[in-house]
Design a protein around this ligand. Structure first.
Ligand code: PLP
Length: 508
């Protein structure tokens, strides 16, 4: 394809994409293809001769789109959103046009510098304390990761390194000696990462990859599925009594099941008065804040205040995914750290081939030292385009609008206590509920079966999609309203489908 061919093909592609969004509501939300559908439609070998764009283009609608579940559909209420917007799509287009494995500053200075600048912008928009800015007092800063899972892994590896440096008397052992390796291995065998039963599974996965122990702190309805200071204090004492050494914990702002927020104030006060490694002293517990979804709501000063975001100056790292709820395409997982040296010390491996004058001069950031992969895409462009196109006000309006939809949906649920019982929320647009009937003497098993039947029925409508969870043994439906195409009329339509489904299931 030459540049003229590209101009023509790109024009059809852009037209297609715009029409796709204009007519999204005409499609069913969830793909209905059978497993293996695509193998039946595609040849078993790659073509020997190149094909015309017109033929390739035709197959997008005919073969690929039937197998797409439409995460931008206004009836998409499942999981959390997977964001996009036109400015973000344009950022992706330019990024694709300027490929560079920009692992060192010199590999494309704009890639690194724009990332540092837009993450500082974002940190300010979200109200993060100054220590998370690249220009802040503690040499902190932000870096774009591929996912919240990668972010927690980077944080855990840095925390593991920091803990070992602070608690193993390395100066007593000669560099490279077996005794030094043994001392480190012995310490590592006792190190334990913490999370609650509501924390996303990525923390457990990070502990598997980091080869450290993992401990789950159970949380239940009595604390709104959040971690409190006293529960943390008790857990630390119990683990230490077993000879284990807690070194890392993920606290969550917006858990996956219910969008619960852990008690930051309680955690800070527990860690400040920790009898073994008080916060701020060697061996302190590294606290990583996972705000993958709900972090986007911090664009609203009222939310910053509500979740006491200023307290995270006491923690070590913070992550939110713009690609969930802030109008930016996957992948835009923004990880902030209070001291960039924690990442750099843990993740820098120098190899002659990557040496260059700029890096050696020490005046530049080389983001390969802040992450697991070496090569990295120009991901900050789409963030820059989004922040500039919407402005802070535009982002605030969007988040407020989706929050309001979530509240209106919860109000509808409350208006029918004969049909529904809210278990949690609305929290960051998410309400978790089940079919009512406890008062009428229905057993937990019956309620679970009825709720499951309603869930299946509404999803079979094709007009909406919800996902479910299990809270303390209760099967529950999760419904969120964060997708950018969702308007009041769509939430009203989903409500109507839900009521009809519940009435039918209960009648049957
Ligand atoms: N953390 C929370 C709270 C989540 O809800 C999710 C996914 O929904 C993740 C982490 C994992 O996100 P990612 O797909 O970016 O790894």
């Amino acid at each position: 394809m030459d540049s003229q061919g590209f101009r023509e093909a790109a024009a059809t592609a852009i037209d297609d994409i715009a029409s796709y969004y204009d007519n999204l509501d005409d499609r069913d939300v969830v793909s209905t293809v059978e497993p293996g559908y695509l193998r039946k439609l595609l040849p078993s070998e790659a073509p020997v001769e190149g094909e015309a764009w017109t033929d390739i283009h035709k197959d997008m609608e005919g073969k690929i789109l039937p197998g797409i579940t439409h995460w931008q559909h206004p009836g998409f209420h499942a999981f959390f959103p997977c964001a996009t917007s036109y400015p973000s799509l344009l950022g992706e287009l330019y990024s694709a046009a300027l490929p560079a494995a920009a692992f060192n500053w010199i590999c494309s200075p704009a890639v690194t510098e724009l990332e540092t600048i837009v993450l500082d912008w974002l940190a300010k928009v979200l109200g993060l304390p100054e220590c998370y800015l690249s220009t802040g007092p503690t040499r902190g800063g932000g870096v774009i990761q591929g996912s919240a899972s990668e972010a927690v892994l980077v944080a855990m590896v840095a925390a593991r390194d920091k803990y070992l440096r602070e608690t193993v008397p390395l100066d007593q052992f000669p560099e490279g000696s077996e005794a030094r390796e043994d001392a480190i291995a012995h310490k590592r065998s006792k190190m334990v990462a913490l999370a609650t039963s509501a924390t996303h599974s990525s923390t457990k996965k990070a502990s598997i990859i980091s080869a450290v122990r993992f401990h789950t702190i159970p949380v239940h309805a009595d604390t709104g599925y959040s971690l409190t200071g006293p529960v943390l204090a008790k857990t630390l004492a119990e683990l230490r009594a077993r000879g284990l050494e807690p070194f890392f914990m993920t606290a969550t702002l917006g858990t996956t099941d219910t969008c619960a927020v852990d008690d930051f104030a309680g955690i800070v006060s527990t860690l400040k008065s920790d009898p073994v490694h008080p916060a701020g002293t060697p061996g302190e517990l590294w606290v990583h804040i996972d705000a993958a979804y709900a972090g986007s709501a911090l664009v609203l000063p009222s939310v910053q205040e509500q979740v006491t975001i200023s307290l995270i100056e006491n923690f070590h790292s913070f992550n939110m995914n713009m690609h969930k709820w802030l109008l930016t395409n996957f992948d835009a997982s923004c990880l902030f750290v209070r001291d960039r040296n924690w990442f750099i010390q843990a993740l820098t491996i120098n190899q002659a081939v990557y040496g260059n004058k700029a890096s050696e001069g020490g005046l530049v950031t080389d983001y390969r030292e802040w992450m697991i992969p070496l090569g990295r895409r120009f991901r900050s462009l789409k963030i820059w385009f989004v922040l500039r196109s919407y402005g802070v006000k535009g982002l605030q309006e969007y988040i407020s609008r989706t929050l309001k939809l979530g509240e209106e949906f919860a109000d509808s649920l409350k208006s029918r206590p004969d049909l529904f019982e809210i278990l949690t929320g609305p929290s960051f647009t998410l309400t978790v509920f089940r079919v009512a009937g406890k008062e009428q003497g229905k057993s937990e098993e019956e309620l679970n079966a009825l709720t499951k039947a309603v869930c299946e029925k509404i999803n079979a409508s094709g007009r909406m999609w919800v996902t479910s969870t299990v809270l303390d043994g209760m099967f529950a439906i999760r419904l969120m309203t964060g997708v950018s195409t969702t308007e009041k009329e769509h939430v009203d339509r989903s409500w109507k489908i839900l009521v009809e489904a519940a009435e039918e299931v209960l009648k049957a």
